[in-house]
Design a protein around this ligand. Sequence first.
Ligand code: ATP
Ligand code: MG
Length: 559
Amino acid sequence: MTTETAEKPKHFIRQIIDEDLKTGKHASIATRFPPEPNGFLHVGHAKSICLNFGLAGEYQGSCNLRFDDTNPAKEEQAYADAIEADVRWLGFEWNGEVRHASDYFEQLYTYAIELIEKGLAYVDDLPADKMREYRGTLTEPGKNSPSRERSVEDNLDLFKRMRAGEFDDGAYILRAKIDMTSPNMNMRDPVLYRIKRQHHHRTGDDWCIYPTYDYTHCISDAIEGITHSLCTLEFEDHRPLYDWVVANISIETRPQQIEFSRLNLEHTVTSKRKLNQLVTDNHVSGWDDPRMPTISAMRRRGYTPASIREFCERVGITKKNHTIEMSSLESCVRDDLDKSAARVMAVLKPLKIVITNYPEDKVEELSAPNHPQKPEMGERTLFFTREAYIDQEDFRESANKHFKRLVLGKEVRLRNAYVIRCDEVIKDEDENIVELRCSYDPETLGKNPEDRKVKGVIHWVSASHSLPAEVRLYDRLFNVENPGAEDDLVSTLNPESLNVLTEARIEMSVKEVAPETRFQFEREGYFCSDRIDCVDGKLVFNRTVTLRDSWAKVEKKGG
Ligand code: ATP
Ligand code: MG
């Protein structure tokens, strides 16, 4: 269990728990995270995970992982496996075995029988259109179905035959008998069971009737002894039904449903259904495409579990829905990686330089710290040679004084190495710059020249002593702030969200790097070795996030 800071703000759920423990309503707390295994978890789920597991950790309680698997049509074991991996990766461990709503199908059925026997549920055969009509509207009360007064015996008989598979799909439903005139539509005799001949990924063909979410969720909570059932605001109107079901069945525990606001992020969608569409229609390479807002994609992109937990903590828990800027998420990972990521030099778009006054066969070993503020992270060896690469962006034939990089006839420092001057530009027939002829000042290793100022510092790699790498730069997946609100999600996709650079060169120290290792490429950003494509010695890096680059703004104006 993870707790980053000792003193956390007492949001309203913490206050409720404090009170419940103080008054002795509960001796300890039990929460649960209840995903439906119909897709991969996204950043919104991370908020719920951090809240549920986080509270259990803080209060020495327990948190269950329960798959809400009542909708067999859309559910798959592969999703369940991915969800478990994501929760663990975020740093949490659930209490005991993984639970499933489907583990309770038999108990749920027994409770339904109890409700029928108490005259609190009935079997209905109203056709769908009549069902809608009888339900009324927000402004008009509903009407009782003619089946509402069916006898307990008949209801029991019909419900058992529903289970036995005697009827066609949709021929009958089981409904709670509550109040067709309730101003809360959820209380107008809601459906408890439907006939659906569908194969279930866990219970196979054992059942042809399936309980509804509203009926299942509260009972599952009660069976597991959940004390605080935390869910998102859209379930507020379902709370009276939640309480009604638990109050009317023979069960001791009374879980309390508490709603909090969903996490919405700008420039992305947090809906498994919509994300599924992007995957199915191949707009992304999969659920873990680093542009996706899923936890597995963020992991692949280089986010750390700590940065996601910190983000959820900063977002906080309230009752007010709002949309968070992507920059808040990015600043969490930047802060974390700034502290922990080793620095290396990588040249994303190489431009060859030849240092004409440096001996042809000489290879000089230089040393550079892995982290500027953390000597304990050690040092690495850089190789200085006559031929090297700098980034194309770091050279201009002419520029004004704001361009603090290499300019023809001027000097710049190669980071961790010498000061060089560009003496000549070599171009091809089409006037493209293909090479720079430079000279170096041997007196400038680790010290500045005394007679002149050299302001700029650029990164570089040796041509012979560097490795080829593929570097993937990511931009927003969507061009609009709230893509989820658009009718056509696909039309809002950013066609430039992926930029693959195949010619990049990186220093030797990353040779044989493990997948999922995070670095700061100096002056470029934070990058992570791809956990899937770094195979057979191939180096592939995903850009996690750019650096906060204060000087870049100034520089844009110049040269
Ligand atoms: P989706 O629309 O993406 O399928 P969902 O709410 O249907 O979302 P579930 O798998 O049912 O997904 O959700 C599991 C838990 O995560 C629920 O308790 C739900 O309230 C919570 N959750 C889902 N999305 C968010 C979000 N954006 N912010 C906070 N909690 C969320
Ligand atoms: Mg759902």
